[in-house]
Design a protein around this ligand. Structure first.
Ligand SMILES: Nc1nc2c(c(=O)[nH]1)N[C@H]1C(S)=C(S)[C@@H](COP(=O)(O)OP(=O)(O)OC[C@H]3O[C@@H](n4cnc5c(N)ncnc54)[C@H](O)[C@@H]3O)O[C@H]1N2
Ligand code: MOO
Length: 404
C-alpha cells in the first residue's frame, strides 16, 4: 500500500479559500462575441449606456398629442398631421392636435397625449370623451429609464436574455466576454473497460461534462480504462494539452491502483492540498501545474459530484469573474443532523412546498457511491458542528436542479 495518506488533510473552509485564491490569479483572457450569441457567457468588463433611454420624449399611447392649455381653453382642437414611431421630431402646428402612435417622438409644443379611445374626432377636430389627463400625461420623458453612461452590465455578469435585450436596445453589436475555460475531464480505472469482467460504465465523465458545460466551460472528456501507470500517464498528458483546468475522477485514494497523485507529481505538479475533511469527498486532492489547476476527484460518483459542486464549480465561476455567490435556497428542515468536530457533511434533501416557503426532507443515501440520491434531491445542505440541522429550523442549501 502506498503512503499517499490524507494525514495533512485540510478543513472545508481552508480548501475553498485555497481554491478561490488560486482562481483569482488565473482568469482566462477576454474575447468578443456578437450580442446575439452572448447568452451564457460572462461579461469581461462593465458595459455603459451609449445613449439615454428613451433617447427623446416619446408617446406612451396611440392617440393625440396637444398642448394641454389649448385643449382646456377650447375643449376641442383641429387635427393636423400624424407622427409614427421612427419619424423625425416635428413641431406641433399652434392650436392643433397631432395624431401620434406609441413610441413616436412628441412634437415640439405638445405636452400631453390622450389615448385615441378616450377621444372622438368630429369634422376634423378631436375632443376628449373622458376626463382630460394632467399636463405631461402619457409622455415617456427622455432619459427617464436611464441616463447615458449608466452601467448596464457589470463585469462578471453571466449574460442572458435580459442583457441581450438591453444591449441590443443600445445598438451594441458585440460584447467582450471571458473566454470559456477549457476543462479536460479524465476518468480512469480498469473497471471502466467495456470488456472488464466486472465492467462499470463511466458515469463520472459524462456527469462532470454535463455539470461543467452547464456553467459555461468547454469540456473534453478523456478515459484511461486501465490501471496501468504508463497508459494512465499518457492519457493525462494528452488531456493536459490546451486545458485551463483538469478534473480527474478515480484513482486518488490510497489503493494500489490509485496512481493519479504520483503521475501528476512526477510530471511536476505541486500539491495545494491532499484530502479535505468533508463527507463524502475526503480524498479530493488539488494540484497546480504552471497555469493549470488540477482537481483530482474521488471515483465514487456521489463523492465526485459533491467535490465538483463544492470546489470545481466555485473555481470556474471565479476564473470567469463571477463574484456574485450562487443564490442558496432556504427551507425548514424536518430532520435533525449533526456533524463530527472539524468535518463538513453534505446531505442531499428534497424540497416540498410548505405553509411558509420550502420544507426540506433528507433523501436516503447509501453513501458516496450513491448515484440515485442526486436525482431524487433538489438541494444539498452543508452541516458542521457549529451549524447543525434542527427539525423546524431553517437551513440553507445549494440548489441542484437546473431550473432553480
Ligand atoms: N484505505 C482507504 N481506502 C479508501 C479511502 C481511505 O481513506 N483509505 N477513502 C475512500 C473514499 S472516501 C473514497 S471516495 C474512495 C475514492 O477512491 P478513488 O478516488 O481512488 O476511486 P476509485 O478507487 O478509482 O473508485 C472508487 C469507486 O468509484 C467507481 N468509479 C471510479 N471511476 C468511476 C467512473 N468514472 N464512473 C463511475 N464509477 C466510477 C469505482 O468503480 C469504485 O467503485 O476510496 C475509498 N477508499
Ligand atoms: O468520501 Mo468518500 O468520497 O466517502 O466515499
Amino acid at each position: 500500500m502506498k503512503t499517499n495518506s490524507f494525514a495533512r488533510q485540510v478543513d472545508y473552509a481552508t480548501a475553498l479559500r485555497l481554491v478561490r485564491d488560486r482562481a483569482a490569479r488565473v482568469m482566462p483572457p477576454a474575447t468578443r462575441v456578437p450580442v446575439a450569441r452572448a447568452t451564457g457567457r460572462v461579461a469581461a468588463a462593465d458595459i455603459m449606456a451609449r445613449t439615454c433611454r428613451p433617447p427623446a420624449d416619446i408617446s406612451a399611447m396611440d392617440g393625440y398629442a396637444f398642448a394641454h392649455d389649448a385643449m382646456v381653453a377650447h375643449g376641442r382642437l383641429p387635427v393636423a398631421g400624424r407622427t409614427v414611431a421612427g419619424d423625425a421630431a416635428i413641431s406641433l402646428a399652434p392650436g392643433h392636435a397631432r395624431a401620434i402612435l406609441t413610441g413616436a417622438h412628441i412634437p415640439a409644443g405638445a405636452d400631453c397625449v390622450m389615448a385615441a379611445e378616450r377621444m372622438a374626432v368630429v369634422d376634423g377636430t378631436v375632443a376628449p370623451t373622458a376626463p382630460l389627463p394632467a399636463s405631461g400625461a402619457n409622455i415617456r420623458r427622455q432619459g427617464e429609464e436611464f441616463a447615458s453612461g449608466t452601467r448596464l452590465v457589470a463585469a462578471g455578469q453571466r449574460l442572458d436574455w435580459r442583457h441581450v435585450a438591453l444591449l441590443s436596445s443600445q445598438g451594441v453589436g458585440d460584447v467582450a466576454v471571458i473566454r470559456r475555460p477549457r476543462v479536460s475531464v479524465v476518468s480512469n480505472g480498469a473497471e471502466l473497460a467495456a470488456d472488464a469482467p466486472g465492467a462499470c460504465p463511466d458515469s463520472n465523465a459524462p456527469m462532470l461534462a454535463s455539470m461543467l458545460t452547464g456553467i459555461g466551460a468547454r469540456v473534453t472528456t478523456h478515459a484511461a480504462p486501465t490501471d496501468n501507470v504508463a497508459r494512465q500517464a499518457a492519457c493525462l498528458h494528452a488531456a493536459r494539452r490546451g486545458a485551463d483546468v483538469m478534473v480527474t475522477t478515480g484513482g486518488i485514494s490510497v489503493g494500489d491502483t490509485d496512481h493519479m497523485l504520483d503521475i501528476l507529481r512526477d510530471a511536476g505538479a505541486r500539491v495545494m492540498f491532499r484530502g479535505v475533511a468533508i463527507r463524502p469527498g475526503r480524498p479530493l486532492t488539488v494540484l497546480e501545474h504552471d497555469g493549470q489547476t488540477i482537481f483530482c476527484l474521488p471515483g465514487n460518483p456521489g463523492a465526485a459530484a459533491i467535490c465538483a459542486l463544492m470546489f470545481v464549480w466555485p473555481y470556474l465561476r471565479t476564473i470567469m469573474g463571477q463574484d456574485m455567490p450562487r443564490p442558496g435556497v432556504c427551507a425548514t428542515a424536518d430532520f435533525t443532523a449533526d456533524a463530527p468536530p472539524g468535518v463538513t457533511l453534505f446531505i442531499p434533501v428534497s424540497l416540498h412546498p410548505g405553509p411558509q416557503g420550502w420544507l426540506c426532507r433528507r433523501v436516503p443515501t447509501v453513501g458516496a457511491s450513491d448515484i440515485i440520491a442526486f436525482s431524487r434531491a433538489d438541494a444539498l445542505l452543508a452541516v458542521t458542528q457549529d451549524s447543525p440541522i434542527r427539525a423546524g429550523q431553517p437551513a440553507w442549501g445549494m440548489p441542484l436542479r437546473a431550473d432553480m
